[in-house]
Write a protein that binds this ligand. Structure first.
Ligand SMILES: [Zn+2]
Length: 330
């Protein structure tokens, strides 16, 4: 997979120091967001994006906007994250998340970038729990605001015909540059779905990647929508992009090491379950014996470890070649 960058290569000296997040602040940011993903609001489509749910007294606020680089913000709504960037051509906003979230998202964009126009909406992928709500942003900023997405997002959204989740107005296949190269979109192949657009902001060495990677967190439930072995190539492709900080669709931001750990996890899961399949273990037996204990400190270990193992068992059993790949439901 090529990860061409149209704006030329970056050297470390070309990155203004002010735009880089000092390690300490990144750690602090991660710490302050570390509850994201294990908090309330668990009422899923792909992952929960709905009502706040029954909030405990010490529950985090329903939403939060955090500056992750100069002029670049993570917008968190319950357990989902979006990213928006103030560029020379206006604001580019990834993932409206939901109708309800998008109303607050619009207010937050106005609050941190008063007077700025919304240049475009970008879908990280077509799943409703991240992409719903574009019309709310358009009502707030202008009904002609374009929507960018990977080409594979177009057909399912046209087919679904959901007015709250309109199809993209412009699509791309491999890479696309926005705002004169301030933002790049990269397609890295099939992973969590077949239409993931990874955002990259070269001047900030910052990436935005949704659902196929996260920081120390298990994959969603039984990995039904995930494509293996293509996942490995997608994560390797992500590591070819020269980011230093990465914002995820769920959970706290991470760094390159977080992506290395994510790749190692899926390789370990794949290998352990393949061994079990080759030894003739049933799905139930595999779920009882492949405990992935090296990852017991990861987010969602208690509820998604077993489901990850079961899902991988199904993929490998179905494939019959030790690799595994199948079309999954969202
Ligand atoms: Zn998804």
């Amino acid at each position: 997979m090529l990860c061409k960058r149209s704006s030329g290569s970056i050297s470390s000296t070309s990155i203004p120091p002010v735009s880089r997040i000092p390690l300490l602040s990144l750690v602090a940011l991660g710490a302050s967001l570390s509850w994201v993903g294990c908090g309330g609001g668990d009422a899923p489509s792909d992952e929960p994006a709905g009502a706040a749910g029954a909030a405990a007294a010490d529950a985090p606020p329903q939403f939060e906007t955090t500056e992750v680089a100069e002029g670049v913000y993570q917008f968190r709504w319950i357990g989902h994250n979006a990213l928006f960037a103030v560029t020379s051509e206006g604001v580019f906003a990834f993932d409206p998340i939901s109708v309800e979230a998008a109303a607050t998202y619009a207010e937050e964009i106005r609050r941190v970038a008063p007077g700025a126009e919304l240049a475009a909406i970008v879908y990280s992928h077509n799943h409703a729990d991240h992409a719903t709500g574009a019309e709310v942003l358009r009502e707030a900023f202008g009904t002609d605001v374009p929507i960018y997405a990977h080409a594979n997002a177009d057909a399912p959204l046209r087919e679904a015909g959901n007015p709250d989740l309109p199809p993209p107005t412009t699509t791309f296949d491999e890479t696309m540059t926005l705002a004169g190269g301030e933002i790049e979109l990269h397609y890295l192949g099939r992973s969590h779905s077949d239409d993931i657009a990874v955002g990259f902001l070269p001047a900030h060495s910052l990436a935005f990647a949704v659902d196929f990677v996260a920081r120390d967190r298990f994959g969603y439930q039984d990995l039904a929508s995930f494509h293996f072995p293509d996942m490995f190539g997608a994560i390797e492709g992500l590591l070819e992009i020269p980011f230093e900080t990465i914002v995820f669709g769920h959970g706290p931001p991470g760094d390159r090491a977080a992506i290395e750990r994510q790749l190692t996890y899926y390789r370990d899961l794949n290998a352990a379950v393949r061994d079990a399949v080759e030894a003739g273990l049933s799905e139930d037996e595999t779920a009882e014996t492949v405990l992935m204990e090296d990852y017991s400190h990861w987010d969602r270990y208690d509820d998604w470890r077993e489901l990850n193992v079961r899902g991988m068992h199904r993929k490998l059993s179905a494939a019959g070649d030790g690799e595994g790949d199948e079309e999954g439901e969202h």
